[in-house]
Design a protein around this ligand. Structure first.
Ligand SMILES: Nc1ncnc2c1ncn2[C@@H]1O[C@H](COP(=O)(O)OP(=O)(O)OP(=O)(O)O)[C@@H](O)[C@H]1O
Ligand SMILES: O=C(CO)[C@H](O)[C@H](O)COP(=O)(O)O
Length: 402
C-alpha cells in the first residue's frame, strides 16, 4: 500500500471551490512491492505515489541570517558529489539550490508578509506572524511523500513574493532557514536536524566582516540591525536548538584571555544520544572525558595553539556527547593527524574529512572547528541517508519472509 497525494493547481481549486493551498490525500492500493514512484499529471493535477523505499529524506538546518547556513550547505552537497545550482531557466533570484542528490530550499520562501507588509505591520521576518507555517508543512510533507509542489519565492533583491517555482521530490531535501523546527508538524517531518548556534560576539564579528567590508554598511547600522532582531531571535529562533539532533556552537576562544576579535574560535559539536541511525563522533574513547592538545611533532600550531575536548554532558535535559575544538589549524593537510584520532566519523575511506576540508580550503571556517564539524555532520547525513535507504529496501524482503 502506498499513500498517494493529489495537488491541484489554482485554476482547478478555484473551480472546485477550494483554497489555493489546499490538498487532498487519498489512500490507495498499489501492486505489491512496487518500489518505483509513479507520478503523473491528471486533469492538470500532479498525482504521485511513492513507495516507502523512494521517499525523500528531509533534513532541517536552523540558524539566524548570516550565520553560515550557505557555507554549510555547500559543504554538505559536496559530500554527495556535484555542485548545487539554482533551478535551470528559473527565477534568477531563486533561493533554491539543486544537485544530483539534494535540493536545498530556503524557508524565507514561506514569508507570508513581504518587506513592505512587515514594515506596515511592525513585525520582523523572524516573527511567526510573518511566515506561513501551514503551507510550509503541507509542501514539505508533499515532497516527502513524493509529490512536486509549486513553492513560493521570497525575492531578497526586491523584498517581494515572486511567482512560485516547481520543486520536484529529491532524494534528500534540506530545509534551511530561520524556522525549520518551530512548527511541531514540520519538525516531525525531519529525519535529522541541525542548529547553528553562533554566539552574539562571533555573529557581530562575521556581520561586520560581511556587511561592512563586502556590502558597505556602516557599523551603526549593523549594530542597529542586530539589536532590532534580538528580541524575536531570542523568542522564536534560539529555542529551536533544544530540538536539534546536532548543534554546532561557535564561541570566542578561551585560549586568548579577553579576546574580542572573533577570529580564533571555540567550536562545540553537541550530539544528542539515542537518535535513530546517528552515532555521535568520539575522540579516543567513547563516553570518557578527554582533553587533548595535539600540537607538537605531528601538528604545526602557532599561537594560541589548538585544544580538543570530548565529554558526555546534558543539553536541555537530553544526554549528549560534546566534541570541542578551540584554536585553528596552520596547515590543513595536517588535519589527517586529528582525523585519525576521531571515531564514528562515517568516512568511506581514510582521510576523507581532510580531503573534503582541503577541497574547500577557501570556504569560511576551513581552518577551524566550524569547517571541521560542518564537514563531519555532512558525512553523518550521508551515512544516515544510506542507512534509511538500506533499511527501506530491506523492509519488503523482511515482510515477504515473514
Ligand atoms: N565558519 C565561518 N568562519 C568565519 N566566517 C564565517 C563562517 N561562516 C560564515 N562566515 C561569515 O558569515 C558570512 C555569511 O555566511 P553564509 O552566507 O554562509 O551565511 P548564511 O546564514 O547563509 O547567510 P544569509 O542567511 O544571510 O544568506 C560569510 O560571508 C562570512 O563572512
Ligand atoms: O532573516 C532573514 C533570513 O534570511 C531575512 O532578514 C529575511 O528573510 C528578510 O529578508 P530581507 O531582509 O531581504 O527582506
Amino acid at each position: 500500500m502506498a499513500i498517494c497525494t493529489v495537488y491541484t493547481p489554482h485554476a482547478l481549486n478555484t473551480h472546485l471551490g477550494f483554497h489555493q493551498k489546499q490538498h487532498h490525500h487519498f489512500l490507495f492500493y498499489t501492486r505489491k512491492h512496487n518500489n518505483n514512484n509513479s507520478r503523473r499529471v491528471v486533469n492538470n493535477s500532479e498525482i504521485s505515489c511513492s513507495a516507502d523505499a523512494d521517499k525523500t529524506v528531509v533534513i532541517g538546518l536552523a540558524a539566524d541570517s548570516g550565520c553560515g547556513k550557505s557555507t554549510f550547505m555547500r559543504r554538505l552537497t559536496s559530500v554527495f558529489g556535484g555542485a548545487a545550482e539554482p533551478p535551470k531557466g528559473g527565477n534568477p533570484d531563486s533561493n533554491t539550490l539543486i544537485s544530483d542528490m539534494t535540493t536545498v530550499i530556503c524557508l524565507d520562501d514561506y514569508h507570508s508578509l513581504d518587506r513592505t507588509g512587515r514594515k506596515e505591520k511592525g513585525v520582523t521576518a523572524l516573527d511567526p506572524r510573518a511566515n506561513d507555517f501551514d503551507l510550509m508543512y503541507q509542501q514539505v510533507k508533499a515532497i516527502k511523500d513524493g509529490v512536486a509542489v509549486d513553492k513560493p519565492i521570497y525575492n531578497h533583491v526586491t523584498g517581494l513574493l515572486d511567482p512560485p517555482e516547481l520543486i520536484k521530490p529529491p532524494k534528500i531535501l534540506v530545509i534551511e532557514g530561520l524556522h525549520p523546527m518551530f512548527d511541531s508538524r514540520v519538525r516531525d517531518l525531519l529525519d535529522f536536524s541541525i542548529y547553528l548556534d553562533i554566539s552574539n560576539e562571533v555573529k557581530f564579528a562575521w556581520k561586520i566582516q560581511r556587511d561592512m567590508a563586502e556590502r558597505g554598511h556602516s557599523l551603526e547600522s549593523i549594530k542597529a540591525s542586530i539589536e532590532a532582531r534580538k528580541p524575536d531571535f531570542d523568542a522564536y529562533i534560539d529555542p529551536q536548538k533544544q530540538y536539534a539532533d546536532a548543534v554546532i556552537e561557535v564561541l570566542p576562544t578561551q585560549l586568548i584571555p579577553d579576546d574580542n576579535e572573533g577570529k580564533v574560535l571555540r567550536v562545540r559539536l553537541i550530539m544528542k544520544e539515542g537518535v535513530k541511525l546517528f552515532n555521535p563522533v568520539y575522540l579516543f574513547d567513547e563516553g570518557s572525558t578527554i582533553s587533548w592538545i595535539p600540537c607538537g611533532r605531528k601538528l604545526t600550531c602557532s599561537y594560541p595553539g589548538i585544544k580538543f575536548s570530548y565529554a558526555p554532558d546534558t543539553y536541555f535535559g537530553h544526554e549528549v556527547s560534546v566534541l570541542e575544538m578551540d584554536g585553528q589549524f596552520d596547515r590543513l593537510d595536517e588535519l589527517i593527524y586529528v582525523e585519525s584520532h576521531l571515531s564514528n566519523i562515517s568516512t568511506k575511506f581514510y582521510g576523507e574529512v581532510t580531503q573534503q576540508m582541503l577541497k574547500h580550503a577557501d570556504f569560511p571556517g576551513s581552518n577551524n572547528g566550524t569547517g571541521l564539524f560542518q564537514t563531519i555532520i555532512g558525512l553523518k547525513i550521508r551515512d544516515l541517508y544510506e542507512q534509511i535507504v538500506a533499511s527501506r529496501a530491506a523492509a519488503p524482503l523482511e515482510a515477504a519472509k515473514a
